[in-house]
Write a protein that binds this ligand. Sequence first.
Ligand SMILES: Cc1ncc(COP(=O)(O)O)c(C=O)c1O
Length: 391
Amino acid sequence: MAQATAVKMDNNHQTSARLGVEHDFREQIAFSAEQTVDYHRPVLVMSRQRLRANVRRFMAAMPRVRPHFAVKANPDREILQIFKDEGAYFEIASIAELDAMIALGEEMETVFYSNPIKSPASIAHAANHGVLWYCVDTPEEVEKIAKIQPDAKLYLRITVSNEGSSWPLAGKFGAGFNAVEGIIAAAKQHDMQLSGVTFHVGSQCCNIDNWVSGIRAAKRVFAQLTSHGFMPELLNLGGGYPLQFNGDEPSIEQIGEAINRELETIPDDIQVMAEPGRFLAGSAGCLVSQIVGIATRDDARWVYLDAGVYGGLMELTMDFPLSLVSERTGDSGLWTLAGPTCDSIDVMGRHQLPANSAAGDFIYMPNLGAYCTTCASDFNGFPVPILRMVD
Ligand SMILES: Cc1ncc(COP(=O)(O)O)c(C=O)c1O
């Protein structure tokens, strides 16, 4: 069992400053430092206060936009309950996420099934439990839902620019301009209610224009729907709201300002919602990990952690701007960061850490409250991080 190491705020602040870590992260590291007592596997420490603050901040920035937390970002039961208590609703992508909604006692008319491609079994499961709203982006999906739940309400996912987002989603999902008429035709043919429009600007999107042009594109689709006799009632702004890693990213207030301005042209009887995942959960979580070994290979210094690509750090394979804070102080050096498994893809780029880092050091990684534990597997027998809630 590892010896507990109490990281003092001052000490930590110096480390943070030296590594170029933003002031804001000190809070996350402070509440995580206590979690090294009885440490035996990586710990994702989640702050209840921060989760609540994130929902409140989102709602204050966009009063007209109802947040539906994207459950995929972090489906932990207590986290969902906190969001529910704060007045947020939910967006789901699978049977398991629907079951989480049932366990939470959600009203199913408020649950949005936003995965554009759903198995017939999952649609039947959702229909049996009273889910009303389903995303579509192909005529085939319209037909599939029509056969299982003819009274469903559909919202059409259109493709919009994902430029400036760290995890673009365009390409895999979303109907292009030329595909919209075909989906409208399928809805008419199967007598389905095509009642809304949605888009996703890409995850960790730092380009505010994507939302602005998305809302404008949605307005054009509303006009198309109306001309075909449909009565649009929903605008779903999707997810993508970014975390602020280094201050270059737009704040939720800046994004809100642009969205609110654009929404002035959307009629009042259109319900507006969004599906934030990363923004609501990400900054509430800090991953505590431990160095298991160091090595020098061809002059490069390697540090091996007990958490890696398989164990909570999957997003590091795609340019996640990770901040690493060591409990150790001293001059920093450049290290190649690797996870504990035997797989060569379990390598996470080069990062600054103290030059005298050693096995046993605790490493804190702020901003990992979303897409960390939920994307982890115990490949090679290494345990996935446990999640601990703190006030
Ligand atoms: C349909 C849908 N909605 C919402 C989200 C949440 O996105 P983010 O975490 O970037 O806010 C995702 C993420 O993949 C998604 O696919």
